[in-house]
Design a protein around this ligand. Sequence first.
Ligand SMILES: Nc1ncnc2c1ncn2[C@@H]1O[C@H](COP(=O)(O)OP(=O)(O)OP(=O)(O)O)[C@@H](O)[C@H]1O
Length: 292
Amino acid sequence: MSRRKLVFIVNPRSGVERNKQVQQAIDQIIDKDLYEYEILHTQRAGHGEDLAREAAANGVFAVVAVGGDGSVNDIIRGLYGTGTALAIIPKGSGNGLARALQIPMKVEKALQLINRGKTEMIDIGKANGKIFASNAGLGYDALICKKFANSNRRGLAIYSWLVTKYMWLYRDRSWTIRVNGEELKRKAFLINVANGTQMGYNFKIAPDADWTDGLFDLVIIRKFPKILGGLLAYRMFDGSLLNSRFVERIRTDRVEVSAPDLKWMQTDGDPVSCAETVVFEMLKGVQKVIIP
Ligand SMILES: Nc1ncnc2c1ncn2[C@@H]1O[C@H](COP(=O)(O)OP(=O)(O)OP(=O)(O)O)[C@@H](O)[C@H]1O
């Protein structure tokens, strides 16, 4: 039987550790009877999209994102509409997508998963036409992603610092949300449109979201006394966010969110500029992914 092709796309800038040992681990663990492979490195932000598209055009079985959510997002954009599977070696900072899919954080274990080659078709979202896999958001979480992207440092310490600082500084906006035939008005801290369960670092914004149900978990964190911010963060860690009286969860396959002077959203943790209205649309079961 002819061997299947894999292309590894390594983002040398993601995460806190550098990727020196990854090539060695790939060479040691990938089953050479099953696969032939190539390892490529991105040269710039967004390069992963072009490399993934080219790999898919060459009939590759799977493109392996070696990086975090931003890298996976680049690669999914390149793979969209092709039959090529996505696999992930979590080497980012938060690794929200990989954690939500229960892909092991250890490189060796994630590689063994690729040898097993079990796949599932997952849902993908669009925010004003821009593809996202894990979640997209407006308000405070878009602000944090923008500040994180502007920072030269990576990792939980800087993330925690930004989360705390801007929780106090962020001013809640008035939003209009059109969903399931209703128009809702909310004064809210953040609005997140989740496909996966978490934002990375095990911060579960939508603890019971399902990748395969064709629906988003729209999570609205309404204005709350800032003194309770720590409790809400704790609730994200322990998976009980939806029990908070400040949190609303609505399931839908389409939602339109507007706020005056809106300028930024985040898709899979990367800041993206936007206009006053953002339309989120669900694409059911369109991306093949290697899963545990
Ligand atoms: N060679 C490169 N130089 C600069 N930026 C790059 C390069 N390759 C990819 N990128 C960009 O780096 C951004 C961040 O990468 P990634 O998400 O993988 O790491 P991270 O932010 O450390 O992890 P996470 O998103 O899981 O917290 C992505 O938006 C990606 O487009």
